[in-house]
Design a binder for this molecule. Sequence first.
Ligand SMILES: Cc1ncc(COP(=O)(O)O)c(C=O)c1O
Length: 439
Amino acid sequence: MKNDHSCQAGQEAASTPAATESSAGGFSRMRSKLAFDRLVEMGAKMGMENPLFLCHERAAKATTLIDGKEYLNFSTYDYLDINAHPEITEAVTSAATVYGTSAGASRLVGGERPPHRELERAFADLYGVEDCIVYVSGHATNVSTLGFLLGHRDAIFHDGLAHNSLVQGARLSHAARYSYNHNDCDALEEMLKAKRAEHKRAIIVTEGLFSMDGNIPDLPRIIQLKKQYDCMLLVDEAHSLGVLGKTGRGAHEYFGIDANEVDMWMSTLSKSMCGCGGFIAGKHELVEFLKYGSPGFVFSVGMPPVIAVACHKALDIMLREPERVHKLQGISRFFVDYAASIGLDTGAAQGYAIVPVMVGDPMVAGFLSNALFKRGIYVMPITFPAVKEGTDRLRFFLSAAHTEEHIRKALDAVKEEIPKAQAIVEKYKSEHAEEYLSE
Ligand SMILES: Cc1ncc(COP(=O)(O)O)c(C=O)c1O
């Protein structure tokens, strides 16, 4: 695996004086505290090539091009195989000629372009709720919404595997933060019983489909708890929009619930919607409050109108062609079943677009990723701090364009390479026990 950060910008950055320790104010020493960095460093000592920051030479879809070679790709969020769709390219090209590529300023002061409100209306209609606000970043949507809406007298009850953006938002808010065991509604109820009464307002935060394990929360039960304990509820649909339900409308369609039962539907636009940014859909009053106060909206530039056009087109294509959703669901099911048939552990995955293959050691995951890359398969290792220590894995993102042949090729290769990766790591551990992943 060649990784000299071969994209042009990376090369320049590495050779500028700013990258030296003296002018960087000691960041190289600080970097040694980062878990990812330590793993890369440890991996290099063991002969592993850095799988991160590889440069792709075209839109990454079910296959991708790296350094002139085609790879089977399991590391893209393009679940519905819509990215780079000719209709999107055409719509974006004509929008750019009218609006340019920047919103120019925050929408509050710089004004809006028609694609902003059209996109917000489309998402509000998708859920059948009153209104929607679109932010320029998915991560900032969560940070800014939670950070702004809650305060020190409030409480946030979030799933133990909630995405970093949700946790950062909770921290920023200064509300009391209670993290319940992943997908454990009994644990959530115990916490609500014990702690809800101590706080003024409270919100429960979960995801529609969990991004590391590919599993789904018991949303009907969470809605019942939200009502019983007088809480708001935010559901992050980053990975469930386009993936769950007969037509990809997400968790409410999957469970057949009225979307108005949930106070805030959040999603990023960087996954099935093929753009970037995020939204909160819910009551008009809530959306207006966020529009006038949420810092990631008020003090940040509006979404580029061309991105709003791209996301809107992607949504139209999703709704017009539900067969994409069915293909994605079918191939995801096949992945889980085939993995089980050859003895691979896919953890808690329920067969919807995200499927981990559990490995249990960060270095084994890294060597496995290296070995697969050499066999033309691009899949990323996921290690601490993204997941709990000891639950290290390869994470496969599936696409409607993957075929059964792709899946067999990849999983047969994983099966063959696991013992080899384990042997490399075991050998190193036995020779350098004191050094292996020590602080
Ligand atoms: C559950 C979840 N929420 C929010 C985000 C942040 O979205 P974005 O990457 O579009 O900023 C992600 C990103 O992967 C995510 O997985």
